[in-house]
Design a binder for this molecule. Structure first.
Ligand code: ATP
Length: 301
């Protein structure tokens, strides 16, 4: 009987969560997917991270058995490096992020963090080490301070202020009459896309994870805001192992290494310069995006 009611319980929980406006990507996935998809092995140990490297070792994965999305993907993100994943729409970029956060387990192959198979450690210990700055940050209907502190239970005001400063949103907050106690969200202050992103960055800084997963905004920020955010993210990702999923290639041109994914396979790998010289898929995508930019420039002027 419990089995029968569990899905109903879950639906109720998701509904209440959505109604309260408590929508958060990780939280939503936790409610909808994780419970159904992956389970901890009984007695699984906690992940212990000393050198936060990431390894995909011949990973095969499909959401449905008849349709494989990743075909034996192998790559390494050395500790402290900054790696970008690019590729055509549907290539499997976000799927890699979902697997790393263990919303799903691979059907074959392994994903290692600091040499430990993430399928064999406790999920909560894995997720405690990874900070996600998602495409579209959704905030809780609560104060701006709460939204930042949510990064880690028990965070004090000093840490929250420091994180807001590092995310370059402190001057904005200090100008608000109620400062950190300002209500945001549906019934409170509406924040712009760029401000929301900064709150999400501050939240991640409070969490202070050794691994960062950046899912680049597809929703367009104006180019000055975007440049500002990129500068902030660059500072935040220095000294952290960073995996950035990018749609606009200009945002990741200085990554230590760029992985070009095509149909769930690694098509090319190299630095921006190397990939341009290689004159393959990346060079083609780059030329197309440059041409689009020039066209936009013509339209704007
Ligand atoms: P984009 O650049 O458009 O965001 P992507 O490279 O991030 O694309 P993914 O989101 O990883 O692509 O999707 C890869 C493939 O997996 C797509 O064909 C997509 O339709 C499929 N897919 C994604 N999520 C699911 C899901 N929950 N169930 C079934 N198929 C899915």
């Amino acid at each position: 009987l419990t089995q029968l009611f569990r899905p109903l319980d879950m639906l109720g929980m998701v509904y209440r969560t959505v109604r309260q406006g408590l929508i958060d990507m990780a939280e939503m996935f936790r409610l909808i997917d994780t419970e159904a998809e992956v389970k901890d092995v009984p007695g699984a140990p906690a992940l212990v991270v000393r050198r936060p490297s990431i390894t995909f070792d011949h990973v095969h994965f499909g959401y449905e058995p008849e349709r494989t999305i990743l075909h034996g993907l192998t790559f390494e993100v050395p500790a402290g490096s900054n790696i970008a994943i690019v590729g055509p729409s549907g290539a499997g970029k976000s799927t890699i992020a979902r697997l790393l956060f263990r919303f799903y387990d691979p059907q074959r192959g392994r994903i290692l963090v600091d040499g430990q198979d993430i399928a064999k450690v406790r999920q909560e210990s894995l997720r405690a080490h990874i900070g996600i700055v998602p495409q579209d940050s959704v905030l809780f209907n609560d104060t701006i301070g709460y939204n930042i502190a949510y990064g880690r239970e028990g965070a004090g005001q000093e840490e929250i202020t420091a994180a807001a400063q590092a995310a370059a949103i402190l001057p904005f907050i200090e100008r608000l009459p109620q400062g950190f106690d300002t209500e945001v969200g549906e019934r409170g202050l509406k924040l712009s896309g760029g401000e929301k992103q900064r709150v999400a960055i501050a939240r991640t800084l409070v969490k202070d994870p050794p691994i960062l997963l950046l899912d680049e905004a597809t929703s367009a920020l104006d180019s000055r805001t975007e440049q500002d955010i990129l500068r902030t993210l660059k500072k935040v990702s220095a000294h952290r192992t960073t995996l950035a999923i990018a749609h606009r290639l200009s945002t990741i041109a200085d990554a230590d290494r760029i992985l070009v994914l095509d149909h769930g396979k690694l098509a090319e790998i190299g630095t921006h310069g190397e990939l341009l010289r290689h004159d393959g898929l990346y060079a083609e995508m780059w030329a197309r995006q440059q041409a689009e930019k020039e066209n936009d420039g013509v339209l704007e002027s």
